[in-house]
Design a protein around this ligand. Structure first.
Ligand SMILES: [Zn+2]
Length: 428
């Protein structure tokens, strides 16, 4: 598995300036190539004898002209402009495949980064050597000393430089002992697991709200273009980075804990709906509320994008962490009524307001905690899906031995499964 280790850097002032120069070269090359691509593409449309632009041809062209037009590029590592144009090629590939929008020009202060390819940098203990810059101090040692990093990406984030070292790492995580499927309901206040574990979600927006407001007020008073305004802006950027770091820390600790403990995990697929939903004047409060920040009875949809993204990240982490441990992650269908089902008798309640944190089942009289009940239902869902999958894989093996009737049977019964096939077979 290709993994990255991101390490904070401690460059000297001279080194920081050189890092910024390299990032500037990468940005310049990217934007130059983007413009060239457009020009050459138009020319090629008008005259079919001309070749279509590609990242290879653009890299060659840049090398031919940079000595004359961009002499400052010679002062930085040659990887910076080259790798930037490779990135542009990839951006166009994604665009042509319909996965992404047309590439946009890179901006200063937003996308300050560059990449050094394998063979051009060296890692030794707490230092990394970059051509034309020298040995830069790293805050920690590279995590996987046995594998050689294939690339080093340098990024400036809120005034600090980081390096991300990519390396191919073997999956060597111990398997969890708990074979029972566990459901996880990630709310805005806490994440609840069906084994009754509760992990409170830190309320970061509230924790940092006061300082953020003060800084923003202070920024508003500073004249545009002033040195003090720039300083305050950096302070705000640092605070935002800190909030993001705290969120990431919680997510990593929680997902690692879950993946270490349970061999089958089940989460709800809330995100897909949120992402594909068209903007509505009034969002459905029943679903919407699940994203609402802690304690805020504010308008539905507030902070939704942030929370949506954080849920997406939570799931992404669970996906790769279960893959690493060769365990199973079941993603419940977005229409699965996890909150409304009674996990004791299976009866679905009709109405359940978001404000109702607890409810009593009419059929069996059990008093339910909303989130715990949802987690239990998700665990049961995972069990059901695994059983279905085991059955369909049995049918598949019979089918391959040539029984058309069973093939039909299999096709009818099989649901579009979100269970990872190869893993579920192992579990079954
Ligand atoms: Zn019941």
């Amino acid at each position: 598995m290709l993994k990255a280790h991101k390490i904070a850097l401690d460059p000297t002032n001279v080194q920081a300036t050189k890092l910024a120069c390299a990032a500037g070269c990468a940005r310049k090359a990217y934007n130059w190539a983007l413009r060239e691509w457009g020009v050459q593409y138009e020319a090629c449309k008008a005259d079919h004898s001309l070749p279509k632009p590609s990242q290879y041809s653009l890299r060659r062209e840049l090398n031919a002209i940079k000595r004359e037009l961009f002499p400052y590029m010679l002062e930085s590592t040659k990887c910076a402009p080259q790798e930037a144009i490779i990135d542009l090629g990839r951006a166009f590939q994604n665009f042509f495949a319909g996965r992404a929008a047309y590439p946009k020009p890179r901006k200063k202060f937003h996308d300050d980064s560059f990449r050094v390819s394998k063979g051009f940098f060296k890692v030794q203990g707490k230092h990394i050597r970059v051509p034309n810059i020298g040995w830069i101090r790293m805050r920690e040692e590279f995590r996987w000393p046995d594998s050689e990093p294939v690339s080093a990406t340098f990024t400036l984030r809120a005034g600090r430089w980081f390096v991300a070292l990519n390396a191919e790492v073997a999956n060597a995580k111990p398997k969890p002992s708990d074979m029972e499927p566990a459901g996880v309901d990630v709310g805005t206040r806490e994440a609840v697991v069906s084994d009754a574990t509760r992990v409170p979600v830190p309320d970061l927006t509230r924790r940092h709200a006061k300082r953020l407001r003060r800084l923003q007020q202070s920024l508003a008073r500073k004249p545009k273009g002033s040195r003090n305004r720039a300083k305050t802006r950096l302070k705000i950027a640092r605070l935002h980075a800190r909030i993001a770091d705290e969120r990431a820390d919680w997510q990593h600790k929680t997902t690692t804990m879950l993946a270490d403990k349970h061999s089958v995990l089940c989460v709800e697929d809330l995100n897909v709906k949120g992402m594909s939903a068209k903007p509505k004047p009034k969002p459905d409060p029943e679903r919407e509320g699940q994203y609402l920040p802690n304690g805020h009875t504010a308008k539905a949809g507030l902070n939704k994008s942030v929370l949506n993204a954080s849920f997406f990240e939570f799931r992404r982490q669970l996906e790769y962490k279960t893959k690493e441990r060769e365990t199973c992650l079941v993603v419940a269908d977005q229409w699965f009524p996890s909150s409304k089902l009674c996990h004791v008798c299976g009866v679905k309640t009709k109405r359940l307001k978001l404000s109702q944190r607890a409810w009593t089942c009419r059929s069996c009289g059990t008093r339910h905690d909303r989130d715990f009940n949802a987690a239990c239902n998700l665990a049961a869902y995972a069990k059901q899906q695994l059983a279905n999958n085991a059955e369909s894989s049995r049918c598949q093996s019979v089918e391959s031995s040539g029984l058309p009737a069973l093939q039909h049977h299999y096709q009818v019964r099989a649901k579009p499964s979100s269970v990872k096939q190869e893993l579920s077979i192992k579990v079954a």
